[in-house]
Ligand binder design. Structure first.
Ligand code: FNR
Length: 196
């Protein structure tokens, strides 16, 4: 079985992020054949085109991490009915300089958790619009809007509710199938052949 390298983004900078907890749970229930590495976004400066001629080390590391990944997973909170600024900033860095968009054709999935009832639905719609422009190949179904409670997610990647666990497990199995489909028709270039 092929193992795919999945880089994942946690859209929250909070030290107690429920979305990082969701990411742990997703990794715990993922099928064989997926290997996960977090792509950090917290130490990036705010993007400016002034950097295009000379990217700072943090932004180069971000782009290199995406290039090493065969797929990306976004696990994000909703901030004011949209995606958090820190995540948008990271995407802006990765999409530039013009013509060197790191997300081009990359298989991608979006999920998020909120303490609110709509479970990041609007953040995910905003994020999907951004990723669409970045030409990422998004999994469209299943969608996953997770209402976080500490009873369901008690910590360390544990999912205490069986139906939630089964749903998350299906989501990750579908993501693996999606990665296979996308990479079958759009293989990733070797790292050596890429420009940043
Ligand atoms: C929120 N929160 C929130 N929740 C939601 O369901 N819809 C929203 O629009 C917002 N807006 C919002 C803005 C800002 C600035 C903050 C700090 C919070 C609540 C949010 O879902 C909650 O804080 C989650 O715990 C955030 O996820 P992390 O950071 O714990 O992963």
């Amino acid at each position: 079985m092929t193992t795919y390298r999945v880089g994942y983004f946690v859209g929250s900078l909070s030290s107690t992020s429920v979305n990082r907890e969701l990411a742990r749970a997703l990794i715990a229930v993922a099928p064989d054949g997926l290997e996960f590495t977090e792509i950090p976004i917290g130490n990036l400066p705010l993007y400016s085109p002034d950097y295009d001629a000379n990217y700072p080390a943090e932004a180069t590391a971000l782009k290199d991490a995406i290039h090493r990944s065969q797929a990306v997973l976004f696990v994000t909170p909703e901030y004011n009915r949209s995606l958090p600024g820190a995540l948008k900033n990271a995407i802006d860095w990765a999409s530039r300089p013009w013509g060197q968009n790191a997300f081009d054709h990359i298989p991608a999935a979006v999920i998020g958790a909120s303490i609110g009832q709509i479970g990041t639905a609007l953040a995910q719609q905003s994020l999907r619009a951004v990723l669409s422009f970045c030409n990422a190949r998004q999994m469209t179904t299943p969608e996953a809007y997770i209402h976080y409670t500490p009873e369901v997610f008690p910590g360390d990647g544990v999912v205490a509710d069986e139906s939630t666990k089964a749903f998350l497990s299906t989501f990750m199995a579908e993501f693996r199938d999606h990665i296979t489909r996308v990479l079958t028709v759009l293989p990733r270039q070797s790292d050596a052949a890429r420009t940043r």
